[in-house]
Design a protein around this ligand. Structure first.
Ligand code: ADP
Ligand code: MG
Length: 598
């Protein structure tokens, strides 16, 4: 944890201890407790909004679910505070999973609509299912919170709320700082790249929805104990909007932003009550002004300004360099892999982009796949990396059948790739991109992440050491702390290779890695590919640049109109009449496609 964050947590803890000592009356303390409850909702929602970039406008619905669950458990079954909260958390978690399901199909505006619909359904169920919920009259007689039979005083309950918010903020901070937070950020920036590195994007989205739901559910249970009475009209759509605003106003993806946002949006309406008629207007106008001036939210903007004033080093610190496990050999697994495809066919509607392709990449070799534009090369790569499901045929590595496996599963079995149009995680730093590449090899779990256990720290340190070594291998050490999207194009290509290597693949797929590079850059790319193969990684190289192919390839396979028309040593393929015809459109007696500009 950075020193700044540690200070933030100390300040928050001090504030939480000081407030009840200085509160003048019960009303003041109650309002502050309401803030603590809203803060809990905002901190959880920030995992969803800040890390995965998804929006939920149904949080008031989850909050209501938690409130009713907690209240019903307490009133009907006499549950204590802990049991009621855990019950509320469990029910909310189930609905969190259900809310995550639509993201398989819809995002953006459509997802927002789905979450709004969810909130409306909860409200209506609360009204209609009166036997359980008391209908429009609501549920009253919620007992004073008690723990294991001991009644909590006002201050005792305050202590529970304050400790929960502090711990939730700490847990969310640790989550962001772990493989899970990194994976969520990666998924939000390029889902296809995240999947190609072994990250289960769906699982990450479910986790984020569940985190947001569990916190809102617990907050709901707390709320019903604080209020002693709940009814459906307490949980409105405008509350959902307010919860989302808390996150955005304070600063999405920041650690303390949601807490600050919750504070402002709990107290602001209270202070604006003096304005009476103008209250709603003033509220809206203030929000609009703040968001216009500070589009990243208060703390997001503060962090941004701080970075501008004191730009962090672009390269790595001496300490980082010291621990680096330099170079490739340590990064690669060293076991060569053989890829075999049999009759691989991909159809897009009536178009057969790949037609019964048989190809064998021998262990440890550099195998080039060439062919005119539209020949089906990228389709081939997408088929064997799980992006497209082949219509027919099969493929596997070292005898293990991979047909029908999902993208992240194939990646975890040792197949890494780059993309014809680079797919970096643009807002992550160069180093973080490589960390994401290597993280499917980590084994620490969610509990380790939330609690920052020694195991998490050890694995993260090793991952970082390997990543720094890989950055040295592709000569990007001086750019390690820059955002990936600020890199010049040629360096982005190299970063993508380093990221793919971080997964320690057995087979590396490079889709036109030389496209857009200068002659000099192509030269160093050739060196890099040779070193990768020498370290025992089989390479399938899709290329247009014939010089590069001639320089590095052991075998060349030629695709034309989706069909394999030749596969042999480069010198042989170069003189194959069918290949020459594919490239020139007509047979040429002594053609040499090495001289054809790509
Ligand atoms: P290459 O990489 O060799 O240039 P591609 O594999 O990108 O060729 O494309 C092969 C053929 O398949 C082309 O005719 C292309 O238009 C078509 N194709 C590729 N991807 C899709 C897709 N997702 N949907 C429909 N057609 C596609
Ligand atoms: Mg292509």
């Amino acid at each position: 944890m950075s020193r700044l964050h540690a200070l933030g947590f100390l300040a928050l803890a001090a504030l939480l201890v000081a407030v009840p000592l200085t509160a003048d009356n019960e009303y003041e303390l109650r309002l502050f407790m309401l803030f603590l409850i809203y803060g809990l909702i905002a901190v959880g929602l920030n995992v969803l909004v800040g890390l995965t970039g998804l929006v939920s406008l149904g949080q008031a619905g989850v909050f209501a679910l938690g409130s009713y669950a907690g209240a019903i458990l307490a009133v009907r079954l006499g549950a204590d505070l802990i049991t009621a909260s855990l019950g509320a958390a469990a029910i909310a978690a189930i609905f969190g999973v259900a809310l995550a399901y639509p993201t398989v199909r819809v995002r953006g505006v459509y997802l927002a609509v789905v979450t709004i619909a969810f909130g409306i359904i909860v409200e209506n169920v609360a009204i209609e299912w009166s036997a359980l919920t008391g209908g429009t009259t609501g549920l009253s007689g919620i007992p004073t919170p008690n723990v294991f039979g001991y009644e909590l005083s006002g201050y005792g309950f305050y202590g529970v709320l304050a400790a929960t918010l502090l711990l939730a903020t700490l847990a969310a901070h640790n989550l962001k700082d772990s493989r899970y937070g990194r994976a969520m950020l990666a998924v939000s920036q390029s889902e296809i790249a995240a999947r190609s590195l072994g990250i289960d994007a769906t699982a990450m989205r479910i986790l984020a929805f569940v985190a947001a739901a569990v916190t809102a559910g617990v907050a709901g249970a707390f709320y019903s104990f604080l209020n002693a009475y709940i009814s459906p009209d307490i949980f409105t759509f405008s509350d959902s909007v307010r919860f989302l605003l808390m996150v955005i106003l304070g600063g999405a993806a920041t650690t303390f932003g949601p807490v600050l946002g919750a504070f402002v949006l709990t107290y602001l309406p209270e202070y604006l009550q003096d304005f009476q008629l103008w209250q709603k207007f003033a509220y809206g106008a203030l929000l609009l002004t703040v968001m216009f001036v500070l589009p990243r939210g208060v703390l997001g903007t503060a962090g941004f300004v701080l970075k501008r004033l004191r730009p962090p080093a672009r390269g790595l610190s001496a300490a980082d360099m010291e621990m680096a496990r330099v170079g490739l050999p340590a990064a690669a697994r060293g076991a060569t892999a053989e890829l075999v495809t049999q009759g691989l066919t991909v159809r897009f509607g009536g178009l057969t982009a790949l037609s019964a392709a048989n190809l064998r990449v021998k262990g440890g070799e550099i195998h080039a796949l060439i062919g005119p534009n539209g020949a089906g090369k990228s389709t081939f790569v997408n088929a064997i990396s799980g992006v497209y499901q082949p219509s027919e045929g099969a493929f596997g590595i070292d005898g293990e059948d991979l047909t029908g496996k999902r993208q992240h599963q194939i990646a975890r079995l040792g197949l890494s790739r780059t993309f014809q149009n680079t797919e970096l995680f643009g807002d992550l730093t160069v180093l973080e991109n490589v960390l994401v590449g290597g993280q499917s090899r980590l084994s620490y779990g969610l509990a380790d992440a939330l609690l920052r256990t020694p195991r998490r720290r050890r694995e993260e340190r090793d991952l970082r050491a390997a990543a720094v070594g890989l950055l040295a291998f592709v000569d990007l050490t001086d750019h390690a702390k820059e955002a990936a999207r600020h890199l010049p194009f040629g360096l982005q290509r190299r970063l993508e290779i380093a990221r793919a290597l971080a997964a320690r693949p057995r087979l590396l797929l490079l889709d036109e890695p030389a496209a857009g590079l200068t002659t000099q850059e192509i030269g160093s790319l050739a060196d890099m590919i040779r070193k990768v193969a020498a370290a025992g990684v089989s390479v399938l190289l899709i290329e247009h640049h014939v010089d590069l192919i001639m320089a590095v390839a052991d075998t060349v396979t030629v695709l034309d109109y989706g069909q394999v028309i030749a596969s042999d040593r480069p010198g042989v393929v170069q003189n194959d009449p069918r290949v020459i015809e594919a490239y020139f459109g007509s047979p040429v007696a002594h053609g040499d496609f090495a001289e054809v500009p790509a």
